[in-house]
Design a protein around this ligand. Structure first.
Ligand code: PMT
Length: 211
């Protein structure tokens, strides 16, 4: 299959030296890309800024901001049979980017943020027939309820509910555990296990069980 996977955080510039980001390291997304490659798929990985080694045998596209990730994904989405959005994409970005370094002023500083594009919602709204669309839901509260709501709202086939309130799984850790929820109410508990093993299990279910 032609597979597109996103990984890592995005960086939303504030000025010449500062940006907003999050704790994603890219480990989960890279594990998915490598597992998909090893299963014989043709893989494109759209990656935010990470410090992981370049995986061999995978088309790798580096982006920085949510807008750049949106452009890279949307440009390629129509040709893909499976898309897995594992990246932790910023929901907001500074409304104004300052060209130089912002000077410190007396008193507080109020930062205005604006919404970024929800890439997965865009993909869900224009889904190509037969395409399998998989999202992740990073949640600290009401894991399954929130994940199920995202599955429906974004018109996905599957969503991986990921509890990110724990330090042993989720952001940055070498292991993960997810509940994979299907549009047809199927539900699979995966892990805790290495991110590679979790990736293999996710791929097996979403590619074998169809949409
Ligand atoms: O990178 P690691 O350190 O290994 O950590 C892995 C992980 C915790 C980042 C990963 O397993 C994970 O949960 N990724 C999803 C993070 C996230 O942004 O979740 P969300 O619930 O905020 O977003 C829901 C879905 O919409 C995600 O598939 C996300 O990629 C997508 N999204 C979100 C915002 C946006 N503007 N566009 C999007 O497409």
């Amino acid at each position: 299959m032609k597979v597109l996977i996103t990984a890592g955080p995005t960086r939303e510039k504030l000025d010449a030296v500062r940006f907003l980001t999050n704790r994603s390291t890219g480990k989960m997304g890279y594990a998915l890309a490598e597992a998909a490659r090893d299963a014989g798929h043709t893989v494109t990985l759209v990656s935010g800024p990470v410090t992981l080694p370049f995986p061999a045998g995978i088309e790798l596209i580096f982006v920085e901001s949510a807008a750049e990730m949106a452009e890279a994904v949307k440009e390629r989405a129509a040709q893909m049979e499976l898309i897995i959005m594992c990246a932790a994409v910023a929901d907001y970005r500074p409304k104004q980017i300052h060209l130089g370094k912002l000077k410190k002023q007396p008193g507080n500083f109020l930062l205005e943020l604006e919404r970024t594009e929800d890439i997965l919602s865009t993909l869900g709204a224009s889904k190509v027939a037969g395409q399998i669309l998989v999202g992740f839901a990073a949640e600290t509260d009401d894991l399954l309820t929130n994940a199920a709501q995202k599955l429906k709202a974004k018109n996905l086939d599957w969503i991986c509910a990921n509890d990110v309130s724990r330090s042993d799984i989720g952001f940055g850790s070498d292991e993960n555990a997810v509940t994979l929820l299907g549009q047809d109410s199927r539900r699979y508990g995966i892990g805790p296990d290495t991110k590679r093993a979790v990736a293999e299990a996710i791929l097996e279910i979403v590619t074998d069980s169809g949409r």
